[in-house]
Design a protein around this ligand. Structure first.
Ligand SMILES: [Fe+2]
Length: 251
C-alpha cells in the first residue's frame, strides 16, 4: 500500500498494542507510534508533523505520552516542538550521543532537549517499556551519532539506518561509514532472529527493487533484497552510490 501524506495505517496485535504508521512531509518520512490504550501510553517515533499527530490522536481521544527519537536530524524531530507545547509533561527519549556539537552539524541537527536518555554502547541492546509496550533499542551509529533502532510488537523501526532497499547516507556531519557497516552487521543478525513477516518500517519511503515505493517491506524481503544488508564486505558497501550524494537536504 502507499499511504497519502498524513494518512494513518492502524493495526492491533494480539497483545493489545496498536501500531500506527504514517508518512509525512516532502521527504516521505515514515512515522510510527506504539499505543497501549488500556494504560494510556502513546509513544511516537520521530514525529514529523506534530499538529497532524495531535489531531489524529485527538480524534481517538488519545494523548501522546512519549516521543522516542531514532536520531535528531531535523526531519526526524520536526514535530517535537508542537507536541511538547501541547503536552509539556511528555517524555522525550534519545541517545545521549545524538546531538552533534559541531557548528556544521547544527545545519542538520535540531537542538533537542531530551527528558530521558539512552547511553548504551554501539550495537548494544537495551529495553524500553511502558505499560504493555516493550521495545528493544539498539544503538546503531553511522548515519548519525547516537542513532538507534527500535523493535517489538511485530515491527522493526529502522530510522535512517535502513530503508527498504538501501541504507542511510554516511556523508553528513557526524556520519561514520565504518560504524554504519558495523551497525548494519548487527541489524542483519537481529533481523535474522526475528519472524520474517514482521514489518520493517524505514525512516523514509524510498524506492524498492521493482521501482515502487511501499510504506514498508517484510523483514524477509529486506534480508533478501536490501543492498546494504547483502553487501559482501565493507569495500562493496562503501562503493554503494546512495552512501554519498550531492543533495544535502535529504537527511
Ligand atoms: Fe537522518
Amino acid at each position: 500500500m502507499a499511504l497519502g501524506s498524513g494518512e494513518f495505517n492502524v493495526s492491533k496485535g494480539d497483545d493489545g498494542v496498536e501500531i500506527w504508521v504514517t508518512q509525512m512531509g516532502p521527504w516521505s518520512n515514515m512515522n510510527t507510534a506504539f499505543i497501549d490504550r488500556e494504560n494510556g501510553v502513546v509513544a511516537i517515533v520521530d514525529p514529523y508533523d506534530g499538529v497532524g499527530w495531535l489531531k489524529a490522536l485527538n480524534n481517538e481521544d488519545l494523548e501522546p505520552t512519549h516521543i522516542l527519537l531514532t536520531h535528531t536530524h531535523k526531519d526526524h524531530t520536526a514535530g517535537v516542538k508542537a507536541i511538547r507545547k501541547a503536552h509539556p509533561e511528555i517524555e522525550v527519549w534519545g541517545h545521549e550521543e545524538s546531538v552533534s556539537p559541531s557548528l556544521l552539524g547544527r545545519i542538520f541537527f535540531r537542538r533537542t532537549d531530551f527528558t530521558h536518555i539512552w547511553n548504551h554502547e554501539p550495537n548494544e541492546v537495551t529495553v524500553w517499556n511502558c505499560g504493555l509496550i516493550e521495545l528493544s533499542v539498539i544503538h546503531s551509529p553511522g548515519h548519525s551519532p547516537g542513532h538507534v533502532t527500535l523493535h517489538g510488537h511485530r515491527v522493526y523501526v529502522a530510522g535512517d539506518l535502513l530503508f527498504t532497499m538501501r541504507s542511510g547516507r554516511v556523508d553528513l556531519p557526524g556520519s561514520d561509514p565504518a560504524a554504519q557497516w558495523r551497525s548494519l552487521a548487527m541489524a542483519k543478525t537481529v533481523l535474522r532472529s526475528l519472524p520474517g513477516d514482521w514489518r520493517l518500517i524505514p525512516g523514509h519511503r524510498y524506492d524498492w527493487i521493482d521501482g515502487t515505493t511501499p510504506d514498508w517491506v517484510t523483514i524477509e524481503q529486506a534480508l533478501e533484497h536490501n543492498l546494504s544488508l547483502n553487501a559482501p564486505n565493507i569495500e562493496a558497501f562503501d562503493a554503494l552510490s546512495f552512501n554519498r550524494f550531492d543533495d544535502e537536504l535529504s537527511v
